[in-house]
Design a protein around this ligand. Structure first.
Ligand code: ADP
Ligand code: G6P
Length: 354
């Protein structure tokens, strides 16, 4: 039988350092699929998993092989591959991808211990998010699409201060120290994964304000690999041309320092890519339709869908700048990729499936 029900799970990898917007991105992504993702019902209240009709998001911290005490004793951070069980990660992602449920461990972020496992059934779309989705070659091979959120040091620092100082009462010095302590392992094990990503969202300080170091206004680049099956990069005005666009101030209200888009071909770690860039921020989200109407290959289902999604989640971090805008666009591209994979499987001749 060649029914679409037989279609195996599509697997998406999302890599970033902690505190870099992965959960926010996941909320935008699951919303594109039309449902809020929630923790498994009746399970461990400290579960890191989020489930909706279409998607299951698992947090790769659950594959920590060393708990908090173990890491302290051995002197390794959570970023260190030695603190993570890649064999189990591979076995379980592979099982889920081929339609088999698994008992996945739970890393309890409150206690720092490994809790008894939870049952994960194969979803339509499995997202593995965390520090190392593209680290292990075997796991990487299982990914149908991969994304890396690349937050520059200056911006990461500004966000951490905002969260850890304002919300968690940490001191400036201790935040600096914790960033410095993680940096060598981040550079060695996390950052290199971006070379494998099909899409990278790079977040940098603005170039519109000379010597800006506040990290409030952002320059965001969406780097899209060419030649990825089922993924056609978004473009501005004319595919393949190099474009610089300052939108009309009457159609797009924006106060100082304004707003600027760029688009064009480039290379990234030796791969051909298209890059769409937005520097600055929106004042009025409803006017985003003006920008949306100048972009092509957005994989929307109706005119204005990007703007509608942005308006729906206006309260999420990054809604007034390129982080939220590009996350929403990548969410739509993933929906499109999923639908194309399903369609291609359904069209496969029965014999070829065996
Ligand atoms: P993660 O899941 O990677 O740990 P979150 O999505 O929980 O990250 O975001 C962590 C914090 O980082 C948020 O509370 C917010 O302060 C900040 N943050 C995340 N994304 C953005 C953004 N696009 N713009 C500004 N701040 C952000
Ligand atoms: C999780 C996060 C890491 C964080 C760690 C805390 O694993 O993903 O980014 O560093 O928890 O580890 P710690 O050893 O400080 O408890």
């Amino acid at each position: 039988c060649s029914s679409a029900d037989e279609t195996k799970t599509v697997v998406i990898g999302l890599a970033a350092d902690s505190g870099c917007g992965k959960s926010t991105f996941m909320r935008r992504l699951t919303s594109v699929f039309g449902g809020a993702a929630e923790p498994p019902k009746g399970g461990n209240p400290d579960s890191n998993t989020l489930i909706s009709d279409m998607t299951t998001v698992i947090c790769l911290d659950d594959y920590h092989s060393l708990d908090r005490t173990g890491r302290k004793e051995k002197g390794v951070t959570a970023l260190d591959p030695r603190a993570n069980d890649f064999d189990l990660m591979y076995e379980q992602v592979k099982a889920l991808k081929s339609g088999i449920a698994v008992e996945k461990p739970i890393y309890n972020h409150v206690s720092g211990l490994l809790d008894p496992p939870e049952l994960i059934k194969p979803p339509k779309i499995l997202v593995i998010e965390g520090l190392h989705p593209m680290f292990d070659e075997r796991v990487r091979e299982l990914l149908d699409f991969s994304i890396y959120l690349d937050i520059s040091n200056e911006v990461k620092f500004a966000w951490k201060i905002q969260r850890d100082m304002a919300e968690r009462g940490h001191s400036l010095e201790s935040i600096k120290a914790s960033i410095e302590a993680r940096k060598p392992d981040f550079d060695a094990y996390i950052d290199p994964q971006k070379q494998y990503a099909d899409a990278v969202i790079e977040v940098l300080p603005t170039q519109l304000i000379p010597d800006d170091n506040e990290g409030k206004v952002l320059r965001v680049r969406l780097i899209m690999k060419e030649g990825v099956k089922y993924f056609n990069p978004v473009y501005l005005f004319d595919e393949g041309s190099t474009i610089s666009w300052i939108p009309c101030g009457r159609k797009l209200t924006c106060s100082y320092p304004g707003i600027k888009f760029s688009y064009g071909p480039d290379t990234y770690f030796g791969n051909e890519v298209s890059v769409l860039e937005m520097d600055g921020q929106f004042d009025r989200l409803d006017e985003l339709i003006y920008v949306e109407s100048h972009l092509s290959s957005l994989s929307t289902k109706f005119y204005g869908e990007v703007t509608q999604q942005m308006l729906k989640h206006a309260d999420f971090p990054g809604s007034s700048n390129g982080t939220g805008f590009f996350q929403t666009i990548v969410g739509l591209k993933i929906r499109d990729l999923y639908e194309q994979i399903v369609a291609s499987k359904a069209a496969e001749p029965v014999a070829a499936k065996a």
